[in-house]
Design a protein around this ligand. Structure first.
Ligand code: NOJ
Length: 716
């Protein structure tokens, strides 16, 4: 009896919209199906749409606790994460659609961070490709695989700028720079969402962790974040905004506080900036138990208070804390939260469900056939191998690389034969069994591996559990036994190629003195073993460039390329009262943008189309790049700018453009960048955003510390 009523009522609501052909289509400011639902929903049902619970995982896959199934049935939980496979999501969806009063489909979310089943290199590595097209492609493949397994929503892109290598989650982002980070955040969003969110193979993106989660004091996860509004806006916010401008329809609030207010309760972040300034139209979800945690922050008296603070700040969905489920109704009845506020949250969630096409077909994404056909295909794995190659950064090379095929090498080190570490943390549905070979296995396929060989490939780095969430380290050196092994090999007069797999910038100062070459392989994913071999033997000429500065030691941290000059810049070698260290140079070990190739690139002097421009005009800077070596190679040409005098001080160098060029030996290409008002804009002293007239320097080159400069001015 109950079922009949439920089915009839769902059909009635959806029928009106579907028969008009508009169920999943936005007309004006909303979707007809959403309006129809909002008219008949009870307060409890509306609150249910603001609740997100995780499924539990057992060794063999996901399971739902009976309690959660009851919550779904009762309309108390409208969204689930950590549940996938076409069959499993179909069954859960059936419960929501057929056994609830209104039959509103569930939204299924998951952390698809650097691949779903085919695992790509970690995001920090992806950013070292400096290639939005490759990053977009990795996200597109992830979306195809994930949606075939019933997922609608990924908690990605992670847009947290980070200059803190102690923080384990630096591995999940795109490095230290807002310009590069923005380009890649937009690329990932496009890759996930495509141009039609309702297609059965596009995935809703979630911009996280908003905001400034990547700046925890002392690099300790979840720790306090504090910075000026100007610094926040200039160096931290742009990638989040770029992802939203690219169409992302969900945002995750970060765990941290900012200026004393937990992000989860920050009206300034959620309303003033995100909705009012940026025009964001999607919904905001907490990060896990972010609501409850406001009690520990000392910001909310209890969980009820926390729920009220969060919802009144503009947080639409509560992940896992159950605070909305437990307290919102009472808060509305007590007049502490308006019904309109709950309506807004519910409506935003329903509109995204409509945009995904879930009201037209709640089972659109659960396709066992597609899951079988599109997962871990040869094509996906080939892309993962190529992109892994593109992400690796050749940090140093005295000429030993590339290795000669067929000549014996020894392979050693704790990560040499590890398939598990290749996959890193947040490996989606990736499995160790999917990894065809370790680095050792891949090298064996090319060369005899012989313990007594004079050339040794030492595969060292960090256990993959040392990166990711709750994986901060106070020491960013390699474990002592690994460096000791390198010392020992050098004492035996071996030639050593150090391959490092890790998720953060490391202090490789000693290793850089000892090793004959260092290849930063990061955690390269499913096909990482082959990719390392491709680079070592020269089948792929390395082209990755660092998206984050590598310090000489932890004492230099934070160190990044957009530092200010200070009132006492260090220019005199013997000076004492200048901004410097007594024990190390100011310069990093490896600068932002650094990365070697097996060929050489030579830059011409930058040439400007004019010495100045004004107003809405622009100038062009051109430089020639020549491949003066003997192999084909790819170079990333970088443009940096310095505003010499500003109403607030400006960085000595700030990335403002980049282009990748592939050149045959002897080939030269002209690379040009346009400089306009936008290029010169910043948050001025009065907090308006725009350019200031005056003189500027520009720098063009293959790394932030390897540039040629020119000067121009911007006039009224
Ligand atoms: C906590 C993490 O901070 C966030 O990145 C992730 O998306 C959620 N948990 C869900 O797993």
């Amino acid at each position: 009896m109950r079922k009949t009523f439920i089915a009839a009522s769902f059909a009635a609501v959806v029928f009106v919209a579907v028969s008009c052909g508009t169920a999943g289509r936005r007309t004006g400011s909303t979707y007809p199906v959403v309006d129809s639902l909002m008219r008949v929903m009870t307060l409890e049902e509306k609150i249910g749409q603001t609740v997100l619970f995780t499924s539990d995982w057992s060794v063999t896959g996901p399971t739902m606790r009976t309690g959660y199934l009851d919550d779904i049935r009762a309309g108390r939980c409208g969204n689930i994460f950590n549940a996938y496979t076409a069959d499993y999501t179909r069954e859960l969806q059936r419960v929501a659609v057929e056994e609830t009063r209104l039959g509103i489909p569930l939204l299924f979310g998951y952390d698809v961070i650097h691949g779903f089943r085919t695992i790509f290199p970690i995001n920090l590595a992806l950013s070292c490709t400096w290639d939005p097209a490759s990053v977009e492609e990795s996200a597109r493949i992830a979306a195809r695989e994930a949606t075939a397994a019933g997922l609608h929503w990924t908690f990605s892109p992670m847009c947290d700028i980070c200059v803190e290598p102690r923080w384990g989650r630096i591995s999940e982002g795109s490095g230290e720079d807002a310009f590069l980070g923005s380009a890649l955040a937009a690329a990932m969003t496009r890759g996930y969402q495509g141009d039609d969110l309702s297609a059965d193979n596009t995935l809703l993106a979630c911009v996280k962790h908003y905001a400034a989660y990547g700046a925890p004091q002392a690099g300790r996860d979840y720790n306090t974040v504090d910075m000026s509004e100007r610094w926040l806006r200039e160096f931290y916010l742009p990638p989040y905004k770029a992802a939203i401008d690219a169409g992302a329809l969900s945002v995750m609030a970060s765990f941290n506080e900012l200026d004393g207010v937990p992000a989860t309760a920050s009206k300034h972040l959620m309303e003033d900036i995100l909705r009012d300034e940026w025009g964001f139209k999607g919904f905001v979800v907490t990060d896990y138990t972010g609501i409850n945690e406001m009690v520990c922050h000392g910001y909310a008296a209890d969980e009820e208070d926390a729920a009220s603070l969060a919802v009144n700040a503009g947080i639409d969905m509560d992940m896992q804390s159950a605070a909305y489920m437990n307290y919102l109704k009472g808060l509305v009845e007590a007049g502490k939260v308006s019904e309109k506020t709950v309506d807004d949250c519910c409506r935003r969630v329903l509109e995204v469900k409509a945009a995904l096409g879930l009201f037209e077909d709640p089972y659109r994404y659960c396709s066992a056939e597609r899951e079988a056909a599109e997962t871990l295909t040869d094509q996906n794995r080939a892309a993962a191998r190529r992109i892994a190659c593109e992400s690796m950064v050749l940090l140093s090379n005295n000429g030993i690389l590339p290795l000669e095929k067929g000549r014996p090498v020894a392979v050693t080190g704790p990560l040499a034969d590890s398939k598990n570490d290749l996959l890193a943390s947040w490996r989606g549905a990736g499995r160790v069994e999917d990894v065809p070979v370790s680095v050792l296995g891949a090298i064996r396929e090319v060369n005899p591996v012989s313990a007594s060989a004079g050339t040794v490939v030492l595969v060292a780095g960090e256990d993959c559990r040392w990166s990711g969430e709750a994986a901060s380290r106070s020491d960013i050196r390699l474990p002592e036994e690994q460096t000791a092994l390198l010392r020992q090999l050098k004492a035996q007069r071996k030639k050593v190629v150090l391959v490092v797999m890790n998720g953060r910038p490391l202090d490789l100062s000693e290793e850089s003195q000892l090793a004959d070459a260092i290849l930063e392989a990061w955690y390269p994913g499913t096909m990482g073993g082959y990719a390392v071999a491709d680079v070592l033997f020269g089948d792929f000429n390395p082209s990755g460039k660092l998206s984050v500065t590598f310090p000489r030691n932890l004492g230099q941290v934070p160190i990044y390329h957009y530092a200010k000059n200070t009132g006492r810049p260090y220019v005199h070698p013997e000076a004492k009262y200048e901004s410097r260290y007594l024990d190390v140079p100011n310069e990093p070990l490896y600068a932002f943008g650094h990365g070697l190739s097996y060929t050489d690139f030579t830059y011409g002097e930058p040439e400007l189309s004019a010495a100045s421009f004004s107003g809405e005009g622009s100038i062009t800077v051109r430089t020639s790049v020549s491949n003066t070596g003997s192999r084909a190679g790819t170079e990333t040409v970088q443009l940096y700018i310095r505003d010499l005098v500003g109403s607030v001080t400006r960085p000595v160098k700030q990335l403002k453009g980049f282009r990748k060029v592939s050149l045959a030996p002897g080939e030269t290409e002209e690379v040009s960048f346009t400089i306009d008002k936008e290029t010169l804009s910043f948050w001025r002293q009065d907090m308006s955003f725009g350019p200031e007239t005056g003189d500027f320097k520009l720098f063009v080159g293959g790394a932030s510390d390897k540039v040629k400069e020119a000067q121009f001015s911007y006039t009224e």
